[in-house]
Design a protein around this ligand. Structure first.
Ligand code: NAD
Length: 271
């Protein structure tokens, strides 16, 4: 990745010639990011636990590679990253996006629940960076984005383990942003709020007797979402990820961009 101190291009989000790996890229935010990065010129490979054949046609048009991958299996994760880098001859971008929710109070959480959540949301991100770094060093730098959550800024009472995983992911973002700076490798995070058209949101709402009322409640908790009368879209999160992996943010590292309609700012105004 070349630093361009006197960039003349007005469009600094051009990713032509760059190669990217996105975990959890088969649906939701990861899928929207894969499409946007590929449309911006990057050679994109996604890894996901569950590949979706519904993506095949659109991904093929944009040359997006797909690999079945459980990020909790570090051998799988390494294969995904090394394989994509070998195929493209480089690796400039990693989006650690695969994630799961974990709702439950401390009395009910089992060790296996903790491991599943932390291994997916935190450990895989750390080792993803570890495996990506040697490839990025060979490219003269790189950009890593972790998909965190508004729960990583303001923890929530109903999902302490998920909140802990995302708070720690934000810590990882700052710490590795600091330590990888000399390699011109930037590490940033996005912290989405309630995002629709995601399995995470759909599955969560489906657990409520009145899914519509539950969706309304989620929207109400986010001032801007409430003002617009809708949730945040995966594409709106992808736009921030595009900014963070492009030269438009060449001097930005260790930051967390909240795309949550103000949800993590504090207690929302009363209706
Ligand atoms: P999603 O469920 O649609 O997408 C997550 C993807 O990750 C799925 O395709 C899933 O198969 C994949 N995945 C899960 N475990 C995996 C594993 N072990 N290995 C490989 N892939 C795995 O939901 P999404 O909202 O697009 O989730 C993306 C990220 O966004 C997650 O990290 C999530 O925590 C975060 N997030 C989502 C919301 C929201 O409201 N949807 C809000 C804040 C943060």
């Amino acid at each position: 990745m070349t630093a361009n101190p006197k960039a003349t291009s007005r469009f600094m989000c051009d990713l032509s010639g760059r190669a990217a790996v996105i975990t959890g890229g088969a649906s939701g935010i990861g899928r929207a990011t894969a499409l946007l990065l590929a449309e911006s010129g990057a050679s994109v490979t996604i890894g996901d636990l569950r590949l979706d054949p519904a993506n095949d046609a659109q991904f093929a048009v944009l040359g997006i590679g797909q690999q079945q991958c459980d990020v909790r299996d570090l051998g799988h994760l390494r294969q995904l990253i090394d394989g994509a880098a070998d195929k493209a001859g480089r690796l400039d971008i990693l989006v650690n996006n695969a994630g799961i929710v974990m709702v439950g109070q401390i009395d009910d959480i089992k060790e296996t629940d903790w491991d599943r959540c932390l291994d997916t949301n935190l450990k895989a991100a750390f080792f993803g960076v570890k495996y990506a770094v040697p490839h990025m060093r060979r490219c003269g730098g790189g950009a890593i984005v972790n998909t965190s959550s508004n729960a990583g800024i303001l923890p929530r009472a109903h999902d302490p383990v998920y909140s802990i995983s995302k708070l720690a992911l934000n810590g990882l973002t700052r710490s590795l942003g600091l330590s990888l700076g000399p390699d011109k490798i930037r590490v940033n995070a996005v912290c989405p709020g309630p995002v629709d058209e995601t399995h995470i949101m759909d599955d969560g709402l489906a657990e409520h007797a009145d899914a519509h009322a539950a969706a309304q409640q989620v929207i109400e908790a986010s001032p801007i979402a409430r003002a617009h009368g809708r949730m945040i879209s995966p594409e709106e999160v992808a736009q921030s990820i595009l900014y963070l992996v492009s030269d438009a943010s060449l001097m930005v590292t260790g930051t967390m961009i909240a795309i949550d309609g103000g949800k993590s700012l504090g207690v929302p105004p009363l209706v």
